[in-house]
Design a protein around this ligand. Sequence first.
Ligand SMILES: C[S@@+](CC[C@H](N)C(=O)[O-])C[C@H]1O[C@@H](n2cnc3c(N)ncnc32)[C@H](O)[C@@H]1O
Length: 224
Amino acid sequence: MNTLPSSKPPRLDARLQAAADFVRPGSTAADIGCDHGKLSAWLAGSGRCPLVFACDLRPGPLAKARATCAPWADRVVFRLGSGLSVLEPGEAQDIIIAGMGAETILEILDAAPWVRDAACNLVLVPATKHSLLRLGLWRRGFALRAETLCRAAGRLYTVVNARYTGRPCAPDAWACLTGLTAGQPAFAEYLAQQTPKVEKYRRGLPPGPEAAAVDALLQKLRQP
Ligand SMILES: C[S@@+](CC[C@H](N)C(=O)[O-])C[C@H]1O[C@@H](n2cnc3c(N)ncnc32)[C@H](O)[C@@H]1O
């Protein structure tokens, strides 16, 4: 047993703490793209998870994670490789993918059909394209269970908790833009942050039904 009894788990910023809060106590977790390893260390060191897989595509970040997680090395297993390919199906039930773009997160989920199991609890923190992540999840039959808007390093992030239900849906543009964030303290600011992105997207659209839908969305966004 190489746990140092006096070691405290690292303090997490609001974004990673919101992600940790969606991880079920007692579950085996996988931190995909763990980088600095703070989330893995917190999950193991706080006692939230008896076993954590800290995984990264690159050796450098994985070495950082090893150092961060050293006091809890008996509860953290390190895996080098892409996405969920480093795990056996079902090896972890709570899967966190944080700090990657929406396309990468969706690619990682697509490459591991075993996450389409009701037992899998997904915690997803897109670095970019929040709307695209929500749309991609809904189209694939995942349901959003909760979202937390939070601020870290001066930016607003959403932390998404999702599970597979097998019931795809086709949400409208407003649903994709806002997800389950409506009514949260930073919601107005979040919308204001999204508006220039929608305007930019609109500028690239030819006239047609999609442009009309985006115009309607912009009108809604600009309402006082
Ligand atoms: C910006 S860091 C995010 C670190 C941490 N998850 C967080 O949110 O603070 C992204 C990390 O994901 C890793 N990464 C990128 N693509 C990956 C993939 N396909 N599979 C596993 N890790 C990946 C990178 O090497 C990097 O360490």
